[in-house]
Design a protein around this ligand. Structure first.
Ligand SMILES: *Cc1c(COP(=O)(O)O)cnc(C)c1O
Length: 395
């Protein structure tokens, strides 16, 4: 018989010996470009807060208004009595922004993948998924009865091979991240959609890291490639990264929205977002359109930070977006670099095997619109010192 304590002990032991044990860093101040970690003031390069919206006064003010007017919670799942007019108003606002006919908001990006993939896929269908897709796609596909195949990262020949080798009369779905979260590279959507059309497949884009970052005023990767009106391209994303709050969305046709309302289990069986969340999100989508310079600052900072890292001799792994990996090689070296950076007032997290392949352990930096040049220069000075100390750059 297995006791609870022996199960927990054994599992923790297994995680520790596999180097997978995590203890989260705690921020002792709000999510800002300068925050506090382990009692030290640090330049924060660890968040997904691309636009600096997590702590933005405009979002906080709208959240306060909605809290006062509409209350702290909604008291029911969306399909029973938990849909307030503010939920639907925000979905209309989001659909208009995205240029799609319709949008549905779910609790998070994670549950959106579960809900949408689970609602669409049936036995006899084929799903073809990029090998570097996010964990929530992998978990969402676990729930689906379709045949699941993986293609090599952004490898269009391999994608075609998988489609050729797996003919079906069912639905064919090609699933890809819009922007890949570990390398910061962009999916070749133009090529993927072209191949999808030749094989009668639908393209499904998880745009968690592209939304608020790519496309006009942050309309996302699908907009960046001009497919927002295509009814054979489905986009899902998160409201938790660039939009600074929490939530997920699926954007597509009105019928897709209707299907999800009726079938997506995380939507059907979990209570809707509280009014303060809806308020902050509606302010976020409004703000980015009113003040497009916020996105320009994000990209100015991104270009500056990458160029300076390269000048110092660091390898940023061909990243094309604000996600800026700095390669340190072995996992131990990346973790050591993260620790040394923290000592020098920079908060950036090391990522190693198995999250990324062996030998490409890295620190993943995310530059935001809220960083000033001075903050980035402080971070670069720390990188230079740590890179020399670890022998990663010449000095
Ligand atoms: C972060 C992320 C998610 C999860 O989004 P949450 O809103 O935080 O649940 C889903 N997909 C991708 C590609 C992500 O990067």
């Amino acid at each position: 018989m297995t006791s609870l304590t022996s199960r927990i002990d054994a599992e923790l032991q297994r995680l520790r010996s596999a180097g997978l044990y995590i203890s989260p860093r705690v921020l002792e101040a709000p999510q800002r470009p300068i925050t506090r970690v382990l009692g030290r003031e640090v330049v924060n390069l660890a968040s997904n807060n691309y636009l600096g919206f997590a702590d933005h006064p405009f979002l906080k003010e709208r959240a306060r208004q909605f809290l006062e007017t509409w209350g702290a919670g909604v008291g029911a799942v969306r399909t029973i009595a938990g849909t307030l007019s503010i939920h639907e108003d925000f979905e209309t606002q989001l659909a208009e922004f995205k240029g799609t006919g319709s949008a549905l908001v779910l609790h998070s990006g994670f549950t959106t993948n579960q809900g949408v993939l689970g609602s669409l896929l049936q036995e006899g269908d084929l799903v073809v998924s990029d090998e570097l897709n996010h964990a929530s796609i992998i978990d969402g596909l676990r729930l689906a009865k379709a045949t699941k195949k993986v293609f090599k990262h952004k490898d269009m020949q391999d994608l075609e091979r998988v489609l050729l080798e797996n003919p079906t009369d069912g639905l064919k779905l090609i699933v890809t991240d819009g922007v890949f979260s570990m390398d910061g590279d962009i999916a070749p959507l133009d090529k993927i959609v072209e191949i999808a059309r030749r094989y009668g497949a639908v393209t499904y884009v998880d745009d968690a890291h592209g939304s608020g970052v790519l496309g006009e005023a942050g309309r996302g990767t699908v907009h960046h490639f001009g497919f927002e009106h295509a009814d054979d391209v489905i986009q899902i994303g998160t409201l938790s990264k660039a939009w600074g709050v929490v939530g997920g969305y699926a954007a597509g046709t009105r019928d897709l929205r209707d299907l999800l309302i009726n079938k997506a289990r995380p939507f059907l069986f979990s209570t809707g977002h509280p009014p303060a969340v809806v308020g902050a999100l509606s302010a976020a989508v409004e703000l980015i359109q009113r003040e497009p310079h916020i996105m320009e600052t994000l990209w100015d900072n991104t270009r500056y930070f990458k160029a300076e890292l390269s000048r110092l001799g660091f390898d940023t792994f061909g990243s094309e977006t604000p996600i800026t990996p700095v390669i340190f090689g072995e996992t131990g070296a990346a973790f050591e670099a993260s620790r040394l950076l923290l000592e020098r007032g920079v908060f950036a997290v090391g990522i190693g095997f198995p999250t990324v392949p062996r030998g490409s352990a890295r620190i993943r930096n995310i530059v935001t619109a809220a960083h000033t040049r001075d903050m980035l220069d402080r971070a670069l000075a720390a990188y230079e010192a740590v890179g020399r100390e670890l022998g990663v750059v010449a000095g």
